[in-house]
Write a protein that binds this ligand. Structure first.
Ligand SMILES: Cc1cc2nc3c(=O)[nH]c(=O)nc-3n(C[C@H](O)[C@H](O)[C@H](O)COP(=O)(O)OP(=O)(O)OC[C@H]3O[C@@H](n4cnc5c(N)ncnc54)[C@H](O)[C@@H]3O)c2cc1C
Ligand code: FES
Length: 268
């Protein structure tokens, strides 16, 4: 995705605030993983790791919008990436899109990871939870911080982005030992860090929260709640979270998706 010159089109919004964006590139990974690339200098410069976008297919008006983190940001070209796994109708329709097709995008939404906090940082990614860290890594590298990424997947085949990640301090884990250390990411957690930012399956996030529960490390988790509107209107994403007033249902799209681990209430 480097060296391309994309002509600057006006980014116009529809009545609901969505901007139709043309797909300028597509990558089919394997095992149902895809990347779509969009030219939007405005979004590319304003997206921060942990933000999300609501994505709607204008050719499938009956499908609800779906939330996605952005992947890599190509600032020179004004291009951002959506990296996703096909799990149902919405992602299936996105995977069928071709270069030149259009998707409607709303964002940036939600609160990003507080990357600016001082201290030694550990990023923890499980599977497609790598998305938000693809933009966090260059930011952390630029800031000359002590940081590293722990990235796990089921097998080497689904441990993606390795050429890109080669520029950063990363330790890999696979469930079957086909790349990096054998085992789950939660088996490789370090106590020697001040800040943890994690994204991945709910069970992984819960175990990360449990591991650091009694340690001074500050832990922030990006929650993948199902969403309807993404903008605080429908309450479709409400989830139990600890607040100053006790345990309350809060809208993940408004207050999250990034939460301090100590605030998250896990299902029994
Ligand atoms: C803030 C945020 C960021 C996200 N970023 C990414 C990303 O970068 N890449 C990516 O691949 N996915 C991401 N997701 C998840 C993505 O939104 C869902 O996979 C997508 O909405 C599924 O839509 P679908 O129509 O294909 O599946 P559906 O037909 O809606 O569902 C198919 C199956 O997936 C389950 N499912 C759907 N949504 C979720 C969810 N949020 N959590 C758990 N299970 C779910 C359903 O229960 C069902 O079993 C993110 C979600 C959130 C909230
Ligand atoms: S998704 Fe509608 S309120 Fe959060």
């Amino acid at each position: 995705m480097t060296g391309n010159n994309f002509s600057s089109k006006m980014e116009t919004m529809d009545k609901k605030g969505y901007t139709p964006l043309e797909i300028v590139d597509k990558r089919e990974w394997r095992e149902d993983f895809f990347s779509l690339f969009f030219h939007s200098p405005l979004l590319t410069s304003s997206l921060r790791s942990g933000h999300f976008l609501m994505v709607r297919d204008p050719d499938a008006p009956t499908l609800l919008s779906r939330p996605f983190s952005m992947g890599r940001l190509f600032h020179d070209e004004g291009v951002f990436e959506l990296f996703f796994q096909v799990v149902g109708k919405g992602t299936e329709s996105m995977a069928r899109k071709r270069v030149g097709d259009t998707l409607s995008v709303l964002g940036p939404l939600g609160n990003p990871f507080p990357l600016e906090k001082p201290g030694r940082v550990l990023l923890i990614a499980g599977g497609r939870g790598i998305s938000p860290f693809l933009s966090a890594l260059p930011v952390l590298a630029e800031s000359k911080r002590d940081y590293s990424l722990l990235y796990g997947a089921k097998t080497a085949r689904t441990l993606l982005f390795r050429p890109f990640l080669a520029d950063f301090p990363v330790s890999y884990r696979t469930d079957d030992g086909s790349f990096g250390q054998r085992g789950l990411v939660v088996d490789g957690l370090s106590r020697e860090v001040d800040l943890v930012f994690a994204c991945g399956p709910e069970k992984m996030l819960e175990r990360v929260a449990l591991f650091y529960k009694d340690l001074p490390t500050e832990v922030y988790l990006s929650l993948e709640e199902r969403m309807g509107c993404g903008t605080g209107i429908c309450y479709g994403c409400a989830r139990k979270v600890r607040t100053d007033r006790g345990v309350e249902m809060v809208r993940v799209c408004e207050e999250g998706p990034v939460f301090e681990a100590s605030r998250v209430v896990w299902d029994e």
